[in-house]
Design a protein around this ligand. Structure first.
Ligand code: ADP
Ligand code: MG
Length: 347
């Protein structure tokens, strides 16, 4: 039997089609999809909530973004915000607006990615909203989570002389995006040319299918290290570190030679004639954790693989400094994606 179209299914038919196989597993989920509200209960822990909205043409380009990856990423970027508070993600709510160009197959693909992320990160999918759109796809995810009372880690609580740490490596996602855009341009000129992306699988994966650093939060807990402040890297290291510094009324000093940069990132930066420090400092969407720790935790942090100490906090009047590879001190600026000429473009 031929599958129905979204139009034939209608709003409720579509919701039912996409969600009928969803089951809840978390103790904190009292009731999921099916009523006016979902019900949850985080018991005697503090509750966390965060939301991110992705718009076609602004945040993603369906020419090179598979819908399954998009659904996965939309969930991951929210879950990353829960980890950045030192929390545990537990539920998500997903609202979508679909234009008429969307097939049922496309909606199914999007939901495959969403459900996959729920499985990997062990969160319940408890509701959402479905509507139509005149222009393109919009997807908004809200994540709920919880944290033991008194253990939420904020951005505004760093102290002088504390060590600045970052997980993983930096700048790969930004270069992945540049590669995808370059291939799109070539494809638009001549659709017969197949995209050449095999050279940089890591960069493409970092852009299209990022992961949230659940493992780092677990290891910090195992080592009994409570970061003094924390943020996840969505806009770029400089910009996100400046959130910690300004909100904590402090300065900071970063050392360029300490920035973790993957081999592929260095190679692609060379190909784009960029200093690899630039995507590392200003490229966005790394979804790594940036945090500060007390000096007493210095030795303990070195026992966790994949964490780099990249600088330290300083008194406010010393401002925001980058010590370049040649030893020169230059002001650290929050360039984010504007300076990289990305504003208004899809990314
Ligand atoms: P309401 O009229 O109260 O807004 P809806 O008809 O929009 O309810 O939704 C019915 C149920 O389906 C609710 O539990 C809602 O959370 C869920 N739901 C609606 N849209 C989605 C979606 N896109 N993904 C997951 N659940 C959804
Ligand atoms: Mg509704």
């Amino acid at each position: 039997m031929k599958k129905k179209s979204i139009k034939e299914l209608g709003e409720f038919g579509l919701i039912n089609h996409l969600t009928s196989d969803i089951r809840c597993h978390k103790a904190s989920t009292v009731y999921g999809i099916g009523d006016d509200c979902a019900i949850f209960n985080h018991k005697n822990r503090d509750s966390l909530v965060t939301s991110d909205m992705l718009m076609e043409g602004i945040h993603f380009d369906l020419v090179y973004t598979p819908l399954k990856h998009l659904g996965y990423k939309a969930v991951v970027v929210n879950i990353s915000d829960i980890y950045a508070m030192n929390g545990t993600p537990e539920q998500i709510v997903v609202s979508i607006a679909l234009s008429s160009k969307f097939s049922l197959k496309a909606a199914e693909e999007l939901y495959k990615g969403i459900k996959e992320a729920c499985r990997i990160y062990d969160v319940d999918f408890v509701g959402g909203d479905t509507t139509s759109s005149m222009t393109g796809l919009a997807i908004s995810v809200t994540a709920l989570g919880s944290v033991e009372k008194g253990r939420a880690v904020r951005r505004n609580t760093a102290d002088d002389k504390e060590l600045i740490c970052v997980s993983g490596d930096l700048g790969a996602s930004y270069l992945g995006l540049q590669l995808l855009k370059r291939e799109k341009k070539i494809f638009m000129k001549d659709p017969k040319i197949q995209p050449e992306l095999d050279k940089y699988p890591y960069l493409i994966e970092r852009q299209l299918k990022p992961e949230a650093r659940k493992d780092i939060i677990q290891q910090l807990q195992e080592k009994d290290i409570l970061p003094t402040s924390m943020i996840d890297l969505s806009d770029g290291l400089s910009s996100d570190l400046l959130h910690i510094a300004t909100q904590s009324n402090l300065g900071c000093k970063l050392f360029e030679d300490k920035l973790p940069i993957a081999m592929e990132t260095q190679q692609a930066a060379e190909e784009f004639r960029l200093d690899p420090g630039i995507p590392a400092l200003n490229g966005g969407e790394d979804y790594e954790l940036l945090f500060t720790i007390a000096q007493k935790d210095h030795e303990k942090i070195q026992q966790i693989a994949g964490i780099s100490i990249i600088g330290h906090m300083s008194p406010e009047k010393e401002k925001y400094v980058l010590v370049a590879r040649n030893g020169k001190e230059i002001p650290l600026e929050a360039q984010g994606w504007n300076a990289l000429n990305r504003s208004g473009e899809s990314r």
